[in-house]
Ligand binder design. Structure first.
Ligand SMILES: O=C(O)COP(=O)(O)O
Ligand SMILES: [Mg+2]
Length: 247
């Protein structure tokens, strides 16, 4: 916190274009935090309850950023087993109960993520999280990892009437953080994040180490980065300008 305040006090709002403080909005699963270990454990807990064999984390990873239903449907598909809708809903309940109780057992911030947050804060950026997790679970996870106080807003799929890729989720997060979408950028790991940014008319960065940086996501991203090392304030300000925002 003292570090953040030092960074903020070093810059005046007049240092930014039109005096607007920029905001970097981060996706959570697969972007800031590697949640796949605990999501896989929760999935395997559900499969075990139904006498099914466990699945390995590498198989689950591409589905990990698309929610518990997507993971459960995929796992039943791999096992060639029917999954009726009512059973899926019971599984989701079990999944979420287990997940909440074990949310930060194996989950950690991706390499370089915390340092990138430090850099951006020191450069005067506001930070926020826009995730398709529930707002409550996102806050529980970020609290457990000691990261939540860094963010001016943490918004989940249930914070607004619509979720990513609907621009109301991303736009609502930016507004709740006290920022403006004309000086904002979205950093994520899936096509859902890139599409949300495009729908709001802002720049996006695709972190290609994430869970599902597929062709569609790559084609939609303003910039693709393989690691956090290159995620700098300078780059994000340039992307905001080139997206026509902030001008
Ligand atoms: O839980 C999900 O559906 C995905 O979460 P994310 O938006 O943080 O990647
Ligand atoms: Mg994600």
């Amino acid at each position: 916190m003292p570090r953040l305040m030092r960074g903020m006090s070093a810059l005046q709002s007049t240092d930014f274009k039109h005096g607007i403080r920029p905001i970097a909005v981060f996706d959570l699963d697969g972007t800031l935090v590697d949640t796949a270990p605990d999501l896989t454990a929760s999935l395997n807990h559900c499969l075990h309850l139904h006498g099914m064999a466990p699945v390995c984390i590498e198989t689950v990873r591409p589905f990990a950023g698309h929610g518990s239903r997507a993971m459960l449907r995929a796992a039943y598909g791999w096992a060639n087993t029917e999954l009726p809708e009512d059973m899926l809903e019971r599984h989701v309940e079990n999944f979420l109960t287990y997940y909440e109780a074990n949310i930060a057992v194996g989950s950690t911030a991706f390499p370089g993520a915390v340092e990138a947050l430090d850099r951006l804060s020191q450069a005067g950026f506001t930070l926020a999280v826009c995730t398709n997790k529930s707002e409550r679970l996102a806050k529980v996870l970020l609290d457990s990892l000691g990261l939540s106080t860094r963010f001016a807003a943490i918004c989940g799929y249930d914070s607004f009437p619509a979720r990513k890729p609907d621009p109301r989720h991303l736009g609502g997060t930016i507004a709740q953080a006290g920022a403006e979408h004309s000086s904002s950028v979205m950093i994520g790991d899936t096509v859902t994040d890139m599409e949300a940014a495009r729908n709001l008319g802002i720049a996006s960065v695709l972190m290609s180490f994430g869970y599902d940086a597929n062709e569609q996501a790559r084609a939609m991203a303003t910039k693709i980065l393989p690691t956090y090392d290159d995620l700098t304030a300078k780059l994000l300000l340039e992307l905001m300008d080139s997206a026509g925002s902030g001008s």
